[in-house]
Design a protein around this ligand. Structure first.
Ligand code: ADP
Ligand code: MG
Length: 292
């Protein structure tokens, strides 16, 4: 049977918006000395905005209508940002069918003229689409996320999307360190300049910031960390599910996170306030001391 001290800690944590799937997860959290965080939607708010738009044929409205039609089928934060931009410009999304999400790289589908896709440089490369147009290169020089839209091997243009750290992220990381966490690592599928901008804003060491990771890269990196400590992975996306499962303890963002991430995790963080995570670890440590 579960000791009373654990039951009461589980319910105290739940009142703070941290749901443990069992007493075992609470005991594991007490031992965690390495935290690995996803970036988008985890350390950042996920409430991104479109900052720049380049349509190579000059038809911005046509470009954004197609992009938003494709992204209408995605639950990614990027998709929501694109949807809001299309709404703000009074644009109707183009009908897109046969949609196939590519977690961590983008999305594919088909409009009336044939196959279309939207995503990062990996996806563009997989489509055989060159990104060497000067207007596209200028977007990639900034520190925002770049989303390319293409038709087969042809790139139609790109938008940049920017997101900011949660206000609670820096204090939460500081509290985790104060509680004895030795390493805090960021793992993102996003570009390195974006990862470095957000990571350094949060006080992470540059060598703890890992970018351009595919979902399987996150799994491998989490596995490698488990050789040197007890590892928690905190993430929100479909692309994080395998890493959440691989960590000693997986913690999913519950409010806006994906269903798949929640299922793979041991803990759901229902609060948007990252400091609740540090509170939960403090609570787990106190509880472990009491029951030993
Ligand atoms: P993170 O690891 O920071 O949470 P993701 O792994 O979810 O980021 O996404 C990695 C990258 O894949 C994004 O920065 C984006 O370039 C691309 N991507 C993922 N999903 C989509 C989508 N629906 N549309 C366009 N690009 C996407
Ligand atoms: Mg994410």
């Amino acid at each position: 049977s579960v000791p009373a001290a654990i039951l009461s800690a589980l319910s105290a944590a739940a009142r703070g918006g941290v749901l443990f799937k069992g007493g075992g997860a609470l005991e594991t959290l007490a031992e965690v000395d390495i935290f690995a965080f996803d970036k988008t939607g985890t350390l950042t708010t996920g409430r991104a905005a479109v900052t720049r738009l380049v349509a190579l044929d000059g038809d911005q409205a046509g470009f954004l209508s197609l992009l938003s039609g494709l992204e209408a089928h995605s639950e990614h934060h990027i998709a929501a940002a694109i949807h809001r931009e299309a709404l703000a410009r009074d644009l109707q999304p183009v009908a897109v069918t046969d949609v196939n999400a590519r977690p961590g790289i983008g999305i594919e589908g088909r409009d009336a003229s044939g196959p279309v896709w939207a995503g990062n440089p990996y996806l563009a490369q997989a489509m055989g689409a060159p990104l060497d147009h000067p207007a596209l290169q200028s977007l990639a020089e900034g520190a925002d996320t770049v989303v390319y839209l293409g038709r087969g091997a042809q790139v139609l243009g790109a938008v940049t999307v920017a997101d900011a750290p949660r206000g609670s992220s820096a204090p939460a990381l500081a509290a985790l360190r104060k509680g004895g966490v030795r390493r805090i690592v960021m793992m993102t599928g996003d570009r390195r300049p974006v990862a470095l901008r957000i990571g350094t804003q949060l006080g992470l060491a540059p060598d703890e910031i890992h970018a351009e990771m595919l979902p399987e890269d996150k799994v491998r990196a989490v596995g490698a960390l488990t050789d040197s400590g007890k590892v928690a992975f905190v993430g929100d996306g479909v692309n994080d599910a395998a890493a959440l499962a691989r960590a000693d303890i997986g913690i999913a963002m519950g409010a806006a996170g994906s269903e798949v991430a929640l299922q793979a995790a041991d803990v759901a963080l229902l609060s948007e306030d990252m400091e609740r995570l540090a509170d939960a670890q403090r609570l787990s440590r106190r509880t472990s001391r009491v029951i030993r």
